[in-house]
Design a protein around this ligand. Sequence first.
Ligand SMILES: NC(=O)c1ccc[n+]([C@@H]2O[C@H](COP(=O)([O-])OP(=O)(O)OC[C@H]3O[C@@H](n4cnc5c(N)ncnc54)[C@H](OP(=O)(O)O)[C@@H]3O)[C@@H](O)[C@H]2O)c1
Length: 237
Amino acid sequence: MSSVLITGANRGIGLALVKEFLKQGNSVIATARQPDKSDELNTLRKTFRNPGFTVIPMDVTSTNSVNQAYTKIAPTISKLDILINNAGINPDSKEEKIEDMDLAHFRISFEVNVVGVARVSRIFLPLVRKSNAPRIINISSGAGSIAMKTDFKLYSYSTSKAALNMLTRALAAELKSDKIIVVALSPGWVRTDMGGDDAEISPEESAKCIFRTVDHLTVNESGQFFGRDGNKDNYNW
Ligand SMILES: NC(=O)c1ccc[n+]([C@@H]2O[C@H](COP(=O)([O-])OP(=O)(O)OC[C@H]3O[C@@H](n4cnc5c(N)ncnc54)[C@H](OP(=O)(O)O)[C@@H]3O)[C@@H](O)[C@H]2O)c1
């Protein structure tokens, strides 16, 4: 049984990951900006009335909020095996030209998708370091692949996910000597508020695949960019 913390766990892929990791018998800390407002999280709380499931408020853009979450969680667990940086935002419309788009989108995207991941990772690092099989999973996107970029869709979102990929490589390099695995993982095109109704797979299908991939990760795979199924051939940096 692993202990897992998931950010942005109140809806979409984050919520599906919570359900999948619980189903597989893990101890899950679900974090969200306003967890009480999520009917699904509230229902899950009633179903899993055990110490293996905790729901904690956490806004990844606020150091105060992440510190408060850490202070609540740290005394209750001996180690954190898996940190899933899932919370993400896409403020862009699909094909907005550089002259038309609101430049503030870059700031918002980077604050959540890049700085948020750095913030949560470093604050929770002391607990991750205590694990015997520590993993940090950054939920990235095919949109963040520089090699595959041939359009101008999603300026700020794709730029922030490319930056997240670089953050993943750097963190993997720094934490290599601690044997902490750090990977970027694309969930696929998923039917969520962000992915839309036309997307290829359900959040549950994506979460199932991500669980299997995370479960089988090895130290040698740290610093890689994977698809949800663990295939790195489809995801060039
Ligand atoms: N869906 C896709 O097709 C797709 C494809 C590639 C990558 N991804 C990535 O997968 C991850 C999950 O996406 P999704 O499709 O599940 O999106 P979603 O349905 O829009 O959910 C986004 C989640 O992130 C949370 N979040 C946003 N800002 C936050 C903040 N400041 N602090 C804490 N949580 C915050 C949201 O919480 P609130 O409810 O409070 O806003 C929500 O729980 C994201 O990183 C996304 O970039 C998705």
